[in-house]
Design a protein. Sequence first.
Length: 270
Amino acid sequence: MAKISNAEKQRLSADYGAWAVVTGATSGIGLELAERLAEAGLDLVLNARRKEALAQLSVRLQSKYGIKTLVVAADLSESTGVAQLIEATRDLDVGLLVASAGFGTSGYFIKSDLPAEINMLRVNCEAVLHLVHHFSQVFKKRNRSGIILMSSIVAFQGVPYSAHYSATKAYIQSLAEALAYELKAYNIDVLAPSPGPVEGGFAQRANMNMSAAMKPSDIGVPILNALGRQSSVVPGALSKLLVYSLRTVPRWAKVRIMTLVMRGMTAHQL
Ligand SMILES: NC(=O)c1ccc[n+]([C@@H]2O[C@H](COP(=O)([O-])OP(=O)(O)OC[C@H]3O[C@@H](n4cnc5c(N)ncnc54)[C@H](OP(=O)(O)O)[C@@H]3O)[C@@H](O)[C@H]2O)c1
């Protein structure tokens, strides 16, 4: 597990405090980023759907790190949930958005449940669009601020047997890359982390078997260290191995390789 240095804690709190909004804070990568930001002294708006899990996290982070927290239990697949989160932050000095809420689906696209796919599109893309649009207006009035949008190694080519999920991550990767350039004029640092498999609730909800997966604690600090220094990061050794070994491979061949990888992860249901 990588440790966050004191210099990094100071940088994060000075550049992106006082408050950070973290979606997907109850599990996996969002939970890890919330914990590391709390350790750096940022106050946190914690969002996910599960109210009780958020309340427990809020109490723990307050007592462990002495920070302030605000819990917003809201479903980001609904526009009212997104509006509720935005409304709750109106009077806070927010300097960082971490959009980690998201989930995957897998299996044959032709057999997929369309309402479930639309729900994923709303959480993974539409809610992110709303939040980034809102917070970029807020952030342009600040000296410095940041936006972290969770991409994935699946964002860089089509991935059969997880076709729609990988398409939502391609959307995020593309949006983040372009905004990292455009929003630089306002000192808004945009970062797209693209991890490989990570433990947490993701695999179960996506119905994937991840035989090798990193721990969220392997990637939290590398993601935060990259914020403000680069526009994308491949965090953790396993992610680097997967992405860099495919770097020189033509896109059609990447699709074939990812077909084999995803077939292995979804064999139980194909
Ligand atoms: N895990 C991986 O292998 C992996 C790899 C690359 C990229 N990513 C991306 O990283 C992000 C985080 O994934 P993770 O691994 O941390 O997954 P996770 O452990 O399943 O956590 C997902 C988080 O999102 C929240 N969430 C789910 N649906 C929501 C909704 N409708 N409204 C509000 N919150 C919702 C969940 O909380 P509630 O259940 O309480 O709502 C939970 O806090 C996702 O965007 C994912 O695509 C994951």
